[in-house]
Ligand binder design. Structure first.
Ligand code: A3P
Length: 288
């Protein structure tokens, strides 16, 4: 196993949410399914959809992270090698969540990758609520702090740049045979159609009765009513969010309630500078 000092820089720098050692040392399998997203682009929703598809509809799990781990996240009270041993013990097909770029993603040309993208204006506003609705302990653990104002938060979100980095790195791979790219707005409009696209991509069939359960358990209302399953990490009784947080509104265009026209313009300008015009069209990134 590669030790810290021997880690290739391709795996990124260590943070409380990103351990390059896990990325460098996991042994991926062609049956693995990786959900890759920019933060707030519907990651947890995709974790739930995929787990429900693979399980045939299961409402008995207690934390989504028990059944769909967050690949690169360091875990409290476990060594990295213990985490890797747990990953190795999961039976096929394993499903993982990750926020990695293409380069940082282990097995990126062999594993099956499902990407969910969402309008950066909505991701920006959703992450603001994410930070504000976190418990103090969870916020400190994630290395975040309460911003002085929305403007202060916005400056930091733009500076961090995760949305732009994520999309830019994955765009050239959108047509790779092991990549399926779904858009949040399409999933909102017709979840069943998105589920069908995933089934074709995975070459997986649902048995009678399973489709209804998959759709019900992946609905916003079911996830909202069962929010505690999505707001706690494995082996933790404590929610990372205040009641009502995290599975919050789930709407397209909610940014209009918070972003000023100047802030919206900054996001669009940055997207135009970073991404190809075809990518902007595909994402439907237009001025209102
Ligand atoms: P909002 O904050 O806009 O409500 P992530 O899992 O990547 O952190 O994304 C969280 C966002 O996905 C939140 O957006 C959350 O409400 C939304 N979401 C979660 N489950 C959803 C569902 N079943 N349908 C639609 N949106 C959902």
């Amino acid at each position: 196993m590669a030790e810290n000092s021997a880690l290739d820089i391709r795996w990124g720098a260590f943070s409380s949410m990103h351990d390059p050692y896990l990325l460098a040392n996991i042994e991926t399998r062609p049956t693995d399914i990786l959900i890759t997203t920019a933060p707030k682009a519907g990651t947890t929703w995709m974790q739930q959809i995929l787990y429900q598809i693979i399980s045939g509809g299961d409402d008995t799990f207690s934390s989504i992270y028990d059944v769909v781990p967050w690949l690169e996240r360091p875990q409290k009270n476990k060594t990295r090698d213990e985490v890797l041993r747990e990953y190795a013990a999961i039976k096929n097909p394993r499903i993982f969540k990750t926020h990695c770029t293409y380069t940082q993603t282990p097995g990126h040309s062999d594993v099956r990758i499902i990407l969910s993208s969402r309008d950066p204006r909505d991701c920006c506003v959703s992450f603001y609520h994410h930070v504000m609705d976190m418990t103090d302990e969870a916020r400190a653990h994630a290395g975040l702090s309460v911003p002085a104002s929305f403007a202060d938060y916005f400056r930091r979100w733009m500076g961090f740049g995760a949305w732009f980095r994520n999309i830019k790195s994955w765009w050239p791979h959108r047509n790779d045979s092991n990549v399926l790219w779904l858009r949040y707005q399409d999933m909102k409009q017709d979840l069943e159609n998105s589920v069908d696209q995933i089934l074709v991509f995975l070459d997986h069939q649902l048995l009678e009765g399973q489709r209804e359960r998959v759709l019900e358990y992946s609905s916003f209302s079911w996830m909202k009513n069962n929010a505690e399953r999505f707001t706690r990490f494995s082996n933790s009784a404590e929610s990372n969010f205040m009641p009502g947080g995290f599975i919050r509104k789930g709407q397209v265009g909610d940014y209009q309630n918070l972003l000023s026209p100047a802030q919206e313009e900054q996001i669009l300008k940055m997207a135009e500078a970073e991404l190809e015009p075809q990518c902007l069209d595909f994402l439907e990134l237009k001025r209102a």
